[in-house]
Design a binder for this molecule. Structure first.
Ligand code: SRM
Ligand code: SF4
Length: 584
C-alpha cells in the first residue's frame, strides 16, 4: 500500500494503463454523483403520447417556449423568454446596444442579462469576474480549418487591445480571442464577415463548432474527407452566417462531430451527435452515435442510435435530431437538460422514431457496417508528414496550452502564406497543423524562429498537454490551469523518464472543458486543504481515460490535492500506471 498526497492508495495491479483492469482503474474509489457510463443503454418504457407534444412554437420567425410548458423552467429559459437573443444580430439591435454606455447597461437586470447572457448568441462572452467590461469572442470554424487572412484579422483585432488581447486554440478545433470592447462589436462583426468568419450561435443554448478530422483531405489513410461535411453542417447550423432561428432555442448546448479516420481524433464518444463512417449495402454513409456529453453532474459516452444515413442525409439528420431535441427536451433543472437526458427519458428507440418522423423521407435505415479499424494505432501529427498529394507535407506544431498573442499570429499567417497555401488547421488538443508545404521548402521552414516556440517536435509530456482557460479569464474556474499545467509538466519532464505518451489534461472546474475524463491523467480544479486544513486551490485527479475505439471515461482516483503538492502525486501515478521511471 502506498501513501501519496495524503491519500491511501491500493497496490498497483497492472503496468499498462491503456488496458487497465476494473480495480486498477480506480486506485481509490471515491463516492461520486458523477456517472461515467451511459444510462440510456437500458431503455425505459415508451413515453405517453402527450409527452411527444412539441414544447416550442414559431412566433414572428423565432422559436419560443409555449405558455403551458413554462412552469418550473430554469433562469436561463426566463432570460430567453424575456427577449430573443438572436435579435441582436438578425435585427441588428447590437448597433444600439454597443452605443449604450457599459455602466448604464450594467445597472439594470435586463442590461446585465444582455451583456452576460444574450450576447453569447453572437459568440460574445463577458469576462465579468476577471476582465470586467471585456469580452471573449468564440467562432464557428468547421473542421478547424482557418487561413492566414483570418489569422491576420484576428491578430489585428487583439493587438488593438494591448495587454488585454490574446487568443486561444480550443478543445473544439477553434479560435477564441479576448479583450474585446462592446463598442467595437458592430464593426468587428462586419470585419469577420469580410474574412469569412462567423461568431454566431457559439455560446449558451446553441450548437458548438462542428469537429472533423484535422488531417481531412490530406491524410493518406483517411476514410472520408470530413471538410465538406462539416462545412455543410455549419452552413445549415448558422444559415451561412445569417443565423438559423430554427435552432437557436435549444434546451442546452449541443456538440457534433464527423469522423474521418480510424484514429478517431474527433472524439465521437463525447459528442451529442457523431457521424461514424459505415457502409450499407455497398453504399458509403455514416452510422449514428447520440448523447455523449460532459457536465459537472454527469458524464456519458455516446450510444448507437441504430441508424445509418448516406452522405446526402447528413444535414437532414442533424436537423431532425436538433428539432427533436428542441421540441421535446426538458427545460427545468439545467443539469438535466442535455440531449442524453431526453434519450434516457424516451428510450433510444422512441427517440429514434421521433427523429425519423422529422426526416424529409420519414425514414432512417438501421445501422450499417462500421468502417473503423478497432486495432488502429492512433498517430501523432507533430513534425513533417507526407500528404496524400505527392510532394506536399503537413507539419504539426505544438502551441503550449493553446495560447497565442498577436505577434505570433502575424508570424503564423506569414509562414502559412510563404511555405504553404495560407491554410492553417487547429486540433482539439489545442495545437496547429500547417498543410500543403512542398518538400523542398521544409528545411527552410524548420529554421523559422516561430518553430522554436511552436515546436514540430515537442517533448513527450508537453506534446499531449491540454488545459482549459482556467481562472485567468473564466469566471467559473476554481483553479488556475494554463500556467500551472505548463510548470508542472516541465517539472515532470525534468524528473521523469517515460517510454510512452501520457496525455495530461487540466480543467479549472467540473464543467471539464479540457475533457479530463478522456485523459490518461486528468486534473479537475477543486478546493483542497493544505497541511493546516486551510482551504487552497487544488485538483481532483482522474485516471484511465482512453480515446479511440477502446474509449473509456477516466475516474476519480485521488481527490483534493493542493496545487502546490501535485508533483510527487503525479510522479507516483506515472510510475505505477505508465511505466515511468525517475531520472537519476
Ligand atoms: Fe466549455 C462553459 C471554455 C469546450 C463543457 N466553457 C464554458 C465557458 C463559456 C464558461 C464561461 O462563461 O466562462 C468557458 C469560457 C472560458 C473562456 O474565457 O475561455 C468555456 N469550453 C471552453 C473552451 C474554450 C476550453 C478550452 O480552453 O479549449 C472550449 C471551447 C470550445 C469551442 O470552441 O466551442 C470548451 N466545454 C468544452 C467541452 C469540450 C468539448 O466540447 O469537447 C466541454 C465538455 C463537453 C460537453 O459539453 O459535453 C465543455 N463548458 C462546458 C460546460 C458544461 C456543460 C454542461 O452540459 O453542463 C460549461 C458550463 C455550461 O454550459 O453551463 C462550459
Ligand atoms: Fe472555465 Fe471550468 Fe470550462 Fe475551465 S472547465 S474553461 S474553468 S468553465
Amino acid at each position: 500500500t502506498h501513501f501519496i498526497g495524503g491519500t491511501r492508495l491500493q497496490p498497483k495491479l497492472n503496468q499498462d494503463a491503456r488496458k487497465p483492469t476494473k480495480s486498477e482503474n480506480c486506485i481509490v474509489r471515491v463516492s461520486m454523483e458523477r456517472e461515467v457510463k451511459a444510462k440510456a443503454a437500458v431503455s425505459p418504457p415508451a413515453v405517453a403520447a402527450d409527452r411527444l407534444t412539441p414544447r416550442v412554437q414559431e412566433r414572428d420567425g423565432y422559436y419560443v417556449l409555449k405558455e403551458e410548458f413554462r412552469q418550473g423552467i430554469n433562469p436561463q429559459e426566463k432570460i430567453k423568454l424575456g427577449k430573443e437573443p438572436m435579435k441582436f444580430f438578425i435585427e441588428n439591435e447590437i448597433e444600439e446596444l454597443a452605443k449604450t454606455p457599459f455602466a448604464e447597461l450594467d445597472s439594470s437586470k435586463p442590461g446585465k442579462d444582455d451583456i452576460d447572457v444574450r450576447l453569447k448568441w453572437l459568440g460574445l462572452f463577458h469576462r465579468r469576474k476577471h476582465q470586467y467590461g471585456r469580452f471573449m469572442m468564440r467562432f464557428k470554424l468547421p473542421n478547424g480549418i482557418t487561413n492566414s487572412t483570418q489569422t491576420r484579422f484576428l491578430a489585428e483585432t487583439i493587438s488593438k487591445y494591448g495587454k488585454e488581447g490574446c487568443a486561444d486554440l480550443t478543445t473544439r478545433q477553434n479560435w477564441q480571442i479576448r479583450g474585446i470592447m462592446l463598442e467595437d462589436v458592430p464593426s468587428l462583426l462586419k470585419g469577420l464577415e469580410s474574412v469569412g468568419l462567423s461568431s454566431l450561435q457559439s455560446g449558451m443554448d446553441n450548437v458548438r463548432n462542428a469537429v472533423g478530422n484535422p488531417l481531412a483531405g490530406i491524410d493518406p489513410d483517411e476514410i472520408v474527407d470530413t471538410i465538406p461535411i462539416c462545412q455543410a453542417l455549419n452552413d445549415y447550423i448558422i444559415n451561412r452566417g445569417k443565423g438559423n432561428t430554427e435552432i437557436t432555442n435549444l434546451p442546452r448546448k449541443w456538440n457534433v462531430c464527423v469522423v474521418g479516420t480510424h484514429d478517431l481524433f474527433e472524439h465521437p464518444h463525447i459528442n451529442d451527435l457523431a457521424y461514424v463512417p459505415a457502409t450499407k449495402n455497398g453504399v458509403f454513409g455514416f452510422n449514428i452515435l447520440v448523447g455523449g456529453f460532459f457536465s459537472s453532474k454527469r458524464c456519458a459516452e455516446a450510444i448507437p442510435m441504430d441508424a445509418w444515413v448516406p452522405t446526402d442525409d447528413v444535414v437532414p439528420l442533424c436537423k431532425a435530431i436538433l428539432e427533436t431535441y428542441r421540441d421535446l427536451g426538458t427545460r427545468g433543472n439545467r443539469q438535466k437538460t442535455r440531449m442524453m437526458w431526453l434519450i434516457d427519458e424516451m428510450g433510444v428507440e422512441e427517440f429514434r422514431a421521433e427523429v425519423e418522423r422529422r426526416m424529409p423521407s420519414g425514414t432512417i435505415r438501421r445501422a450499417g457496417q462500421d468502417l473503423i479499424d478497432p486495432s488502429w494505432k492512433r498517430r501523432s501529427f507533430f513534425g513533417v508528414n507526407p500528404q496524400k498529394q505527392a510532394g506536399l507535407n503537413y507539419v504539426g506544431l505544438h502551441v503550449p496550452v493553446g495560447r497565442l498573442h498577436a505577434p505570433e499570429m502575424f508570424e503564423l499567417a506569414r509562414i502559412a502564406d510563404e511555405y504553404g497555401n495560407g491554410e492553417i488547421r487547429i486540433t482539439v488538443e489545442q495545437n496547429l497543423i500547417l498543410p500543403n508545404i512542398p518538400t523542398e521548402k521544409i528545411d527552410k521552414l524548420m529554421q523559422e524562429p516561430l518553430l522554436q516556440k511552436y515546436s514540430p517536435n515537442p517533448t513527450p509530456l508537453l506534446a499531449n498537454l491540454v488545459a482549459c482557460t482556467g481562472s485567468q479569464f473564466c469566471g467559473q474556474a476554481i483553479a488556475e490551469t494554463k500556467a500551472l499545467s505548463l510548470q508542472l509538466t516541465q517539472q515532470l519532464e525534468d524528473t521523469m523518464e517515460t517510454t510512452r505518451p501520457i496525455r495530461l489534461h487540466f480543467t479549472g472546474c467540473p464543467n471539464t472543458c479540457a475533457q479530463i475524463q478522456v485523459a490518461d491523467i486528468g486534473f479537475m480544479g477543486t478546493m483542497a486543504r493544505d497541511e493546516n486544513r486551510k482551504p487552497v486551490e487544488g485538483f481532483d485527479i482522474y485516471l484511465g481515460g482512453r480515446i479511440g475505439s477502446d474509449s473509456h471515461l477516466g475516474e476519480l482516483v485521488v481527490p483534493g490535492v493542493p496545487a502546490t503538492k501535485l508533483l510527487p502525486v503525479v510522479q507516483e501515478l506515472m510510475i505505477q500506471h505508465f511505466g515511468a521511471k525517475r531520472k537519476p
